[in-house]
Design a protein around this ligand. Sequence first.
Ligand code: SAH
Length: 344
Amino acid sequence: MEILADFSLDELYAKFNQYPRFRVKQIFDAIIQAKDYNKTNLPKDLIATLQQDYILKPIEIVKVLLSADGTKKYLLKLFDGNIIEGVFLHQNYGNTICMSTQVGCRMGCKFCASTIGGRVRDLSAGEMVGSIAAMNADNGVKTKRNFSNIVLMGSGEPFDNYDNVVKFLHLLTDKSGFNVSERNISLSTCGLVDKIYQFARLNFNITLCISLHATTDETRKTIMPIANKYSIADIIKAVKFYQQQNSRRVVFEYCLIKGVNNTPADIARLKTLTSGLTCHINVICLNENGGSLKATTRAEAEKFVTDLNKNGISATLRRSQGSDIEGACGMLRAKTLKKADNQN
Ligand code: SAH
């Protein structure tokens, strides 16, 4: 069965040219507004016909956790019963949605809960649109866009689901859809170098974020298996190419792990690695998820950022919103799956 949300409005006009255009627009609005089709003005027989061949609503909200800081974490159910996560962050400069691109992940980063259980499957572009639509509708007037920023930083590796993610970015920025500005979108990758080059050539004006987390290949290999395939030097070369193509500032994510990556030598190497790049380092305190890796103290993290700044490197410590509700990547889903397992 095809998922209706996989199509843009123009594609739906072409696909359903037997229907009047205003009907097709009603179908499209139902997708974008995450509406129950039975509560639209669509004729019942048309809904019944569509239901025979298409998945009309790809996402259902299963659970919402509200953090003390207003952050909302969502468990979202796909049509086949798989569960993904999303986060809605209320911010002064415009709300942000953090979304998933895969069910699970196969990158195997040691610190990340999304990777527990591996990759189950990719999300289609329409499922990604559906997740945005569901969270948007739950956070304000349904007919409006209630967010300004989208970050592809939830579960999954966006470049391991490259074609669907690119299609999703086209749908997300489409004028007849959510019409999100490319400059308000960030995509985070663990560094699939060949895909960074491929993506750079598409000239999307979006912010590329690289999960770096180490300054030597040796250390990176101990926490991120992808480092066995691509060296840090390869990544930096690809990032430079990306920047030549679209002149956006690149963001490096650097998750501090006790005894692994927070020495003065790391700071010196970060200075060398980032020289000649317009970039920012987003330092993150590790969210411990039961594994052997431990977080540094907040004070150590703050000192790391200050030392980077003293070395002329633009860096900030990421505010950790929603940490009281399993805010980090994949943690809520992992916990939910574990619970379900115990009940079986
Ligand atoms: N696969 C992509 C996007 C998902 S992870 C990537 O690797 O970038 C999004 C960000 O959250 C990454 O920087 C990731 O390294 C970070 N992250 C994952 N688990 C974390 C944890 N336990 N604590 C802190 N940050 C974490």
